[in-house]
Design a protein around this ligand. Structure first.
Ligand SMILES: [Zn+2]
Length: 140
């Protein structure tokens, strides 16, 4: 990352030097050199734009890597941290598919214990609600 930032600074400095050289070529009305320096300046702008794009992509990948390293998979759900500091759970489908850490929401008392509000995946064993037994009705 530091090397890329140094490269960006070098490209900026090279652009400024080319600009100064073009001013000199303009002063001496050297049309051929003016054209070459304009081409050089254009190439340096392209190099700098590509370096910025690569730097942005590296930052995104570093963020993804840090997130992946922070996650642990228990066979069904993802979690962050251990023991009392453990956070989550996070959706397995969203994380495996899009590398997004989406917190699962607790389900109702009966049904599935966890639900993802992004992809609507359910997690955990289904818990059926007890049968309704009206008071005093012996037929139930
Ligand atoms: Zn999800």
């Amino acid at each position: 990352m530091v090397d890329l930032m140094a490269g960006l600074a070098t490209a900026s400095k090279a652009y400024e030097l080319a600009k100064d050289a073009k001013a000199t070529a303009d002063k001496f009305k050297n049309v051929e050199m003016q054209g070459q320096l304009v081409d050089l300046m254009s190439a340096l702008v392209d190099v700098k734009a590509e370096a910025v794009a690569k730097s942005t992509r590296i930052a995104e990948l570093e963020e993804q890597l840090a997130l992946t390293r922070a996650m642990t998979f228990d066979g069904e759900l993802y979690w962050q941290g251990e023991g009392d500091d453990r956070e989550g759970p996070f959706c397995q489908r969203c994380f495996d598919d899009a590398k997004k850490a989406v917190r699962l929401q607790p389900g109702s008392t009966y049904g599935v214990p966890w639900n993802c509000k992004v992809c609507d995946s359910d997690y955990g064993s289904y818990k059926a609600s007890p049968s309704y037994i009206p008071d005093g009705d012996p037929s139930f």
